[in-house]
Design a binder for this molecule. Structure first.
Ligand code: AMP
Length: 416
């Protein structure tokens, strides 16, 4: 099997699936270029070997339609700057054969947003799952997806997948395209290899104690990973918005706090399972409550199970923070996904900041720490602690699925 390190790209055209789904400001400038920087080692290796690059990515969710606001032309210059060379642009990813053919060693071509075509994701459009024709439409779309992938594959001699953020999707550019290259001409990029190694560290080389911190707004979107982690971790901190579903499930009064009323039983079940499995489940006991969802709100510290009407818990309180620190500091393996509060507003950053700082301290004491998911990554960046943790993953959903032990289609398509 080919590997990026051993492959000589000289004279080859490489089509690289990158994750250039970077957040943009209103004016189209890039607000965080982490993902572009993440792809550079792979791209530079190919160029320095004397290969040429065809870069493909999605941006946002245009749902199979052209949307100028999600055009990759907006990042062309930034990519060129990062690579130190001019970047050509193909404004239709299906009509780039000529441009690809003309590429000379060292040249770079960026394709327009793949998701301007529904074939990229391969989901039938304009038809409901419940409609009788859905299965037939799905089948037809799968055929179209193959053709789409084949066209992309036709541009290049070799395929490299370096887009960990979308590796959990079986899309044309992330998986199907690999069918059109033999094992010697398809491989994972450096970023992918790094991500896979980081996940392996969490799954296979666990040094104990292992503390996982799961936050964010809802328990429902994280339930798969929470249940899965229960078999692996010593300590499980559940924080952020899901705190209040747990507090209510246990009979607490949570005022206006975010709560999934249909997940109260699930919350009780998680508490029960943690006990059965001997996992130390750490839930917040106090919070910063606010009288409005606003940075200008009045705030007070109160127990998570006794929040007055009209108030809502928006961050972890000092006692909760102490409890979190107590299980983060001695940990030797740490996974963090999801903020402990509405960290986007300055008044409610303390919980997430305390977690990030505790992880940095533990890491300095020899722990392996992995931070993943857009919001937690934004937190460590915001607090200037990104280089104080062992690994910051570019993956959100992909990272969680990998840690759940699922085989990611983007990786399977290459590794078999
Ligand atoms: P998720 O997408 O589920 O990982 O959730 C991330 C979001 O959860 C962030 O935008 C946070 O602002 C939000 N969040 C965290 N804690 C709370 C809370 N107590 N109430 C409402 N939203 C929260």
């Amino acid at each position: 099997m080919a590997s990026i390190d051993n492959y000589n790209f000289a004279g080859k055209k490489a089509i690289v699936r990158v994750d250039f789904n970077v957040p943009l400001n209103e004016d189209g400038t890039i607000s965080d270029d982490t993902r572009i920087r993440g792809a550079l080692p792979t791209l530079k290796k190919i160029l320095s070997d004397g290969g040429s690059l065809i870069l493909m990515s999605h941006m946002g969710k245009p749902k199979g339609k052209v949307n100028p606001k999600l055009s990759l032309s907006q990042i062309r210059e930034a990519v060129g700057k990062a690579l130190g060379t001019e970047v050509k642009f193909a404004d239709d990813c299906m009509k780039a054969a000529e441009a690809a053919k003309d590429l000379k060693p060292g040249e770079v071509l960026l394709l327009e947003n793949l998701r301007f075509y529904p074939e990229e994701e391969g989901k039938p459009t304009g038809i409901d799952k419940a409609d009788p024709g859905y299965e037939a439409a799905k089948k037809e779309m799968k055929e179209r997806q193959k053709e789409f992938a084949k066209t992309l594959a036709g541009y290049a001699d070799v395929y490299v997948n370096d887009a960990f953020g979308t590796a959990h999707r079986k899309h044309a550019s992330t998986a199907v395209i690999a069918d059109y290259f033999d094992a010697d001409h398809k491989m994972l990029g450096y970023l992918m290899e790094k991500e896979v190694t980081a996940v392996d560290n969490i799954l296979k080389n666990i040094k104990r104690p292992f503390t996982a911190i799961m936050g964010g707004s809802k328990v429902s979107t994280k339930i798969g990973i929470i249940e899965n982690l229960m078999d692996k971790v010593d300590n499980l901190i559940l924080c952020g918005g899901m705190t209040y579903t747990f507090a209510k499930a246990q009979g607490g009064k949570i005022g206006n706090s975010i709560c999934e009323d249909d997940k109260l039983d699930l919350a009780l079940d998680i508490i029960k399972k943690a006990k059965e499995k001997g996992v130390n489940l750490v839930l917040g006991t106090d919070c910063v409550a606010a009288d409005a969802f606003s940075n200008d709100a009045n705030t007070m510290i109160c127990p998570v199970n006794d929040i007055p009407d009209g108030w809502e818990g928006l961050d972890a309180g000092p006692k909760s923070i102490e409890a979190f620190r107590a299980v983060i500091l001695p940990a030797k393996t740490i996974l963090w996904n999801g903020p402990a509060g509405v960290f986007e507003m300055d008044k409610f950053t303390a919980g997430s900041r305390a977690i990030a700082e505790a992880i940095a301290e533990a890491t300095a004491n020899g722990a392996f720490s992995l931070v993943g998911g857009g919001d937690s990554v934004a937190c460590v960046n915001k607090f200037g602690l990104a280089d104080k943790v062992s690994y910051v993953s570019t993956g959100g959903g992909a990272l969680l699925e990998a840690i759940e032990g699922k085989v990611l289609p983007g990786i399977a398509a290459i590794k078999g």
